[in-house]
Write a protein of this length. Structure first.
Length: 313
């Protein structure tokens, strides 16, 4: 027994001894028939649920060669499948859905052998928790994979509490993940990959670049396309370095014009900024600008666009 099986077995108190928490899926059903493993034709098993890994069939850590897909397939070929996968019956008669163990399932498919599977009657929330526990027991997801997994769980209609349970997260922990998925474009994340050695600081720094509009999706994809074909951690580092260089170049191109005493206009490649001191000779004018600048800008914009066609705006 390993993964979720051992996790559940170690905590297998009866319902009378340990009432389940109201907001937690009941995992007791998974324990009762751990010995009732079936051998199933892999062709009868479909994938289920949100993807939990970006590179599902590759080694997450380059040094973990023993965990590569080829090594797993060879191990099953030479010694048989030691750890069963978890499935549940599908709505389609005679078919099953794989909750976890997709690498083992694919290996058995390629070897042309039946897969050993623990068949359980569980709902979606329990299945998600089982997937999360299996990941924790066998090999942790990277920070970005957790972010994408949490996003997929909620996109499938589950609430944030279910996402937190499936990934063993606190509310702030889920918030950190959400900040990344909400601000780093999905295509950029796909182009980077799992980045197993890169944690929250680097991904948050990337999210901040998009929030501050110092980086666009297309610019990020262009940088990644020209980056050396290395690992996902190196691609993320290359993108952060290139973005920092672009930002520094933009700052170095900035020009400042003193319009009046205490009033400065700063223009750079990416932005236009007006700085007005609220003290000194033009303090009264600064106060007037504070009250009227928004309306002045709106009026100026209306005047600017009045004579333009929709195509020119």
């Amino acid at each position: 027994m390993s993964g979720i099986a051992s996790t559940i077995a170690r905590s297998g108190a009866s319902a009378a001894e340990k009432p389940p928490r109201p907001n937690a899926p009941a995992l007791g059903a998974l324990q009762g028939s751990l010995a009732a493993i079936r051998e199933i034709d892999p062709a009868l098993i479909d994938d289920w649920g949100p993807a939990d890994r970006l590179d599902e069939f590759t080694t997450v850590n380059p040094e973990d060669e023993g965990e590569s897909f080829d090594a797993l397939r060879n191990s099953i070929r030479d010694g048989g499948q030691q750890v069963p996968i978890l499935v549940r019956k599908s709505a389609t008669e005679g078919r099953y859905e794989a909750i976890y163990g997709r690498r083992r399932l694919r290996a058995c498919r390629e070897l042309g052998v039946k897969v050993r599977a623990n068949v359980q009657d569980i709902d979606d929330a329990t299945a998600l928790l089982a997937k999360g526990l299996e990941n924790a027991a066998r090999r942790n997801l990277s920070f970005y994979e957790k972010a994408r997994f949490a996003q997929a769980i909620q996109a499938a209609g589950h609430d944030s509490a279910t996402a937190r349970q499936a990934l063993s997260l606190s509310a702030p922990g889920l918030s950190h993940l959400t900040k990344v998925t909400q601000n780093v474009p999905r295509a950029v994340g796909d182009a980077i990959g799992a980045a197993p050695k890169s944690g929250r600081p680097k991904w948050t720094a990337l999210a901040e670049l998009f929030i501050a509009r110092k980086l666009t999706e297309q610019a990020a994809l262009d940088i990644l396309a020209s980056a050396p074909a290395t690992g996902s951690d190196q691609r993320l580092d290359a993108l952060l370095r290139a973005a920092a260089t672009r930002d520094s170049a933009a700052e170095s191109d900035a020009t400042e014009t003193i319009l009046l005493d205490g009033i400065t206009l700063k223009s750079s490649r990416g932005a236009l900024a007006l700085s007005v001191r609220k003290s000194g000779a033009n303090a009264d004018f600064a106060a007037w600008l504070d009250a009227n600048l928004a309306e002045l800008i709106r009026n100026a914009h209306a005047s600017f666009t009045a004579d333009k066609t929709p195509e020119d705006r």
